[in-house]
Design a protein around this ligand. Structure first.
Ligand code: HEM
Ligand code: HEM
Length: 147
């Protein structure tokens, strides 16, 4: 079973490969119709998912429980609904707009869940007397509380 950071980073790299390929196709064809879909595939898919993955890699104890797994699935589902639907809209199908709305709400919900995970991990860190190896957040916050 792949770890949570690995799963986030795998989705991020897939999104980057698709987003960059779309950028090259746009540049080569001179047709920038899909530019906003390209932008959000790269910014939500590559940048945001990679940041999520790197956070879970830096703070391993943050992956505990059901919330981080739910965060992964909500973020991934939002991405794979929102970006293709946005592309379809840009190709001249305004009827798809409600689907973009659903994808956007899932994407925002995922960020809210991430916010909860970050807050929760801070509480766990402050309640921990022993630094956890490999966790930047723990080392940093522990040194703050001990000074
Ligand atoms: C091989 C890599 C990439 C290529 C070939 C590429 C190509 C392009 C092209 C041709 C455009 C349209 C420019 C225009 O409308 O005048 C564009 C827009 C854009 N790209 Fe990329 N891109 C690449 C990677 C990325 C990455 C990694 C990101 C973000 C992390 C990104 C973010 C954006 C943004 C924000 C826009 C503006 C979209 C808009 O104005 O609607 N691109 N890119
Ligand atoms: C639920 C998430 C999001 C929604 C619903 C959303 C929606 C939008 C909308 C409606 C536009 C205007 C598009 C247009 O003028 O044609 C836009 C543009 C833009 N957004 Fe987002 N956005 C989201 C997340 C993000 C994130 C996370 C980033 C960056 C990390 C970002 C970066 C941009 C940029 C750079 C533009 C201007 C380029 C463009 O026109 O495509 N967005 N966004």
């Amino acid at each position: 079973m792949p770890t949570l950071p690995f799963r986030f980073l795998l989705v991020a790299v897939c999104a980057a490969l698709c987003g960059m390929a779309a950028g090259i196709v746009m540049a080569a064809s001179g047709d920038f119709t899909l530019a906003p879909a390209h932008a959000h595939l790269n910014l939500l898919g590559w940048v945001s998912m990679a940041l999520y993955g790197l956070f879970y890699r830096a703070v391993p104890e943050a992956s505990a429980g059901w919330l981080p797994k739910a965060h992964f699935w909500v973020a991934t589902t939002g991405l794979v609904i929102m970006v293709p639907a946005l592309g379809w809209l840009l190709l001249g199908h305004p009827g798809i707009e409600p689907v973009i709305g659903i994808g956007s709400l899932l994407t925002v919900a995922a960020m809210g869940m991430f916010g909860a995970v970050v807050l929760r991990s801070r509480q766990r860190v402050l309640g921990t007397s022993r630094p956890v190896p490999g966790s930047l957040g723990v080392v940093h916050l522990s040194s703050q509380t001990s000074s």
